[in-house]
Ligand binder design. Structure first.
Ligand SMILES: [Zn+2]
Length: 328
């Protein structure tokens, strides 16, 4: 990632953009259009994100076909799967190729190519607030890390909307009994799966333990329809129960096999009373299963968290000036 930041900085300087407070973002105005390069990810790999904002969303279709017909796309230099156009934004992700890095020259030409296509389909946007047209917002700025022009009044309104949306999320009714039921059913299924796989292979799999926790978290959130601390708590508790139950079932099966081989009968009532001490005695396996389950639950629960709603703004005044002498 360190490398991609340097590439973004260099490409930004070549394009005459200013570096943001985050050094992996450069933005500015080029030929009247809002332009940005930044580091990002594509399918989990680092990439350079190249953005041209033409603002007018009614030109999306025209921009889309102009980009599709551009020489860069027809020559295969820019791949259509890496392009995303909508809502007045044209975005291209320059991925690094296997064993090769993204270079600043490439990113610079990508932006030029993207800009040339946009120019053919849409005139440059007016230097005013994208939302209300107020000309006090003539300077480019970053709104949630994307280049934009929005006036202070509209930013205040956006912040207000976000606060209200956040409050509405908190006010969503939470059906806790339903969450508990969903978690309990999934926990039982996961316990049976864990024991079943352990019986079939006589081994314990880290992936299965993680999967159990993830499944419980995922299903509970889906059934309830929202996340939040209560749902996270329920998920965590039932993951622990599921893992312990799965281990107990596996131990029960082992005892059953042992008894069968000696034509003995197992007193399951007595066995049930012994389960806690048996789990305790086999601490290694229990901890192994618990660790995997909780790791899976952690990821599922993270997804069950309340979505992050925010309005982050960086204006020109707060941006750092580029320090490189190579800038014209
Ligand atoms: Zn405005």
């Amino acid at each position: 990632m360190a490398h991609i930041k340097a590439v973004v900085g260099e490409a930004g300087r070549k394009l005459g953009l200013r570096t943001a407070q985050r050094p992996d973002i450069a933005y500015g105005v080029k030929d009247g259009y809002l332009v940005q390069v930044a580091s990002g990810t594509a399918d989990g790999g680092a990439c350079a994100v190249e953005i041209v904002r033409y603002v007018d969303a009614s030109r999306d279709a025209a921009v889309r076909s102009a980009v599709a017909e551009s020489p860069a796309v027809s020559k295969g230099i820019i791949k259509s799967r890496d392009i995303q156009i909508g809502d007045g934004l044209a975005i291209h992700r320059r991925r690094r190729r296997l064993f090769r890095s993204v270079d600043a020259q490439r990113v610079g030409s990508d932006v030029e190519a993207l800009l040339a296509s946009v120019k053919r389909a849409c005139p440059p946007p007016p230097a005013s607030c994208r939302l209300c047209g107020n000309t006090s917002a003539s300077e480019p700025m970053l709104l949630n890390d994307v280049v934009d022009r929005v006036c202070p009044g509209c930013i205040e309104r956006l912040r207000h909307d976000v606060r209200r949306a956040s409050q509405q999320y908190d006010d969503l009714p939470l059906n806790l009994p339903l969450a508990v039921m969903a978690a309990a059913v999934t926990a039982a299924v996961a316990a049976l799966a864990w024991a079943g796989i352990a019986v079939a292979t006589n081994r314990m799999f880290w992936a299965v333990a993680i999967g159990s926790g993830a499944l419980i978290g995922y299903c509970t959130t889906r059934v309830v329809g929202r996340g939040g601390i209560a749902v996270q708590g329920v998920t965590g508790v039932f993951t622990v129960i599921s893992v312990l139950l799965g281990q107990a079932l596996f131990l029960g099966w082992q005892v059953h096999k042992h008894a069968q081989a000696r034509s003995l009968k197992v007193d399951w009532k007595v066995f049930t009373a012994y389960i806690p001490s048996l789990l305790w005695a086999d601490t290694g396996s229990t901890l192994f299963a618990l660790g995997g389950g909780l790791l899976g639950a952690y990821y599922a629960v993270k997804r069950a968290a309340k979505p992050k709603l925010e309005v982050r703004v960086e204006t020109t005044e707060s941006a750092r000036l580029p320090t490189s002498p190579s800038r014209p």
